[in-house]
Design a protein around this ligand. Structure first.
Ligand code: ADP
Length: 369
């Protein structure tokens, strides 16, 4: 069990390009933290620096308050699970799990005990004599996790561990990893580009973009109080609708939409930005017909045309055109519309978001729900 701290960490590769800028993060004892962001944002590099597989250009990384960035990887008491499992093909499951302990000259009885314990936790006791080629993808993933568990490491690192699995197995393994975290109570850091994995697994999520941590918070914070349009557009499936409006006095408009702008937002608006503003609303907060009429609090209406309807079984996604801008609504399962039909949509203003159009920064102090 351990805390992890990144203090003003910078990474520049030999080609001189800085890929991580001034990273400050703290991971609490027993916490599950996910680094999420699009490909190339620097999340693997950040994890690899913690593991000791990359050097730190500037700043410090500490585990339990002890600086580790100058230690060799094996001295850091970290266990890492990779996406390609990195299992030895000619060794049995038992030997794959025991290998790291043998290298450390752990006594034989202790090795047996730890491997059997890990196998029991992961329910792979019946597979200990098999070779990796005779295992399914999910079972190989479990063995890779088992190899990490036997180490009694202080911190577990997962680098996109589920990306080689099909969608169904990925969902199953996600639940397994969550159960594993609860059972071990260990500090875990997990890298993924998949925001659903991040939302479902994490105690806290660090959203990275272009080498910066753009927001670090609980899944609730990230979803309900995104600090930038990037975070708003990266989370949720489909993501938040972002409409470009022009501010005119105390109202903001575009074709098909007119919204009163809260005073708090007006006071933060940068006049030099040409009074453009970005208005955000999540698909589940866009209502149609009767549903919209009973919305509590202040609302606004949107004049829309139906573009496409996608029935998903439990719900229907509908894409509308509002004066040339696209708005996606998550509607009831039986919602069906003709393409091109006129529609009136309604939004609760308490559930909407305002961003500076030029910087993308939120103009409102939102609290998570
Ligand atoms: P992610 O894991 O978010 O996809 P990475 O951490 O792998 O991103 O990479 C971040 C950036 O660093 C990318 O622009 C990538 O091209 C660059 N990069 C990664 N490894 C190296 C390297 N060895 N030398 C130079 N640039 C690298």
């Amino acid at each position: 069990m351990a805390t992890v701290t990144f203090d003003k960490v910078v990474k520049a590769y030999d080609n001189g390009v800085t890929v991580l800028h001034d990273i400050n993060l703290d991971v609490k004892n027993g916490e599950f933290v996910v680094f999420v962001g699009p490909s190339g944002c620097g999340k693997s590099t950040l994890m690899r620096m913690l593991a000791g597989l990359e050097t730190v250009t500037r700043g410090q990384i500490a585990i339990d308050g002890q600086r580790v960035d100058d230690l060799a990887p094996r001295e850091r008491e970290i266990a890492m699970v990779f996406q390609d499992y990195a299992l030895y093909p000619h060794k049995t499951v038992f030997e794959n799990m025991a290998f790291g302990l043998r290298l450390r000259k752990t006594p034989k009885a202790e090795i047996e005990k730890r491997v059997n314990q890990a196998a029991e936790i992961l329910q792979i006791g019946h597979l200990l004599d098999r070779k990796p080629r005779n295992l399914s993808g999910g079972q190989r993933q479990r063995v890779a996790m088992g190899r990490a568990i036997v180490r009694n490491a202080k911190v577990f690192l997962f680098d996109e561990p589920l990306s080689n699995l099909d969608a169904k197995l990925r969902n199953e393994m996600r639940v397994e990893i969550k159960k594993l975290h609860r059972r071990l109570g260990a500090t875990m850091i997990y890298v993924t580009h998949d925001q659903v994995e991040a939302m479902t697994l994490a105690d806290r999520i660090a959203v990275l973009s272009g080498g910066y941590v753009v927001q670090y918070g609980t899944p609730d914070d990230i979803y309900n109080a995104p600090r930038t349009t990037f975070v708003a557009g990266f989370t949720g499936s489909p993501p938040m609708n972002l409409l470009q409006l022009r501010v005119d006095g105390k109202r903001a408009r575009a074709e098909g939409i007119e919204v009163p702008v809260p005073d708090e937002v007006l006071s933060r608006l940068d006049a030099a930005a040409g009074q453009q503003i970005t208005f955000g609303v999540r698909p589940e907060c866009v209502f149609h017909g009767d549903q919209g009429e009973s919305l509590p609090g202040e609302t606004c209406t949107l004049k829309a045309r139906v573009v496409v309807t996608e029935p998903l079984g439990a719900e229907t996604l509908c894409t509308f055109d509002v004066g040339g801008q696209s708005v996606v609504a998550r509607l009831a399962a039986d919602a069906r519309f003709e393409p091109g039909a006129a529609a009136t949509l309604r939004i609760s203003l308490a559930k909407s978001h305002w961003f500076d159009a030029s910087t993308g920064n939120a103009l409102q102090q939102r609290r998570a729900a």
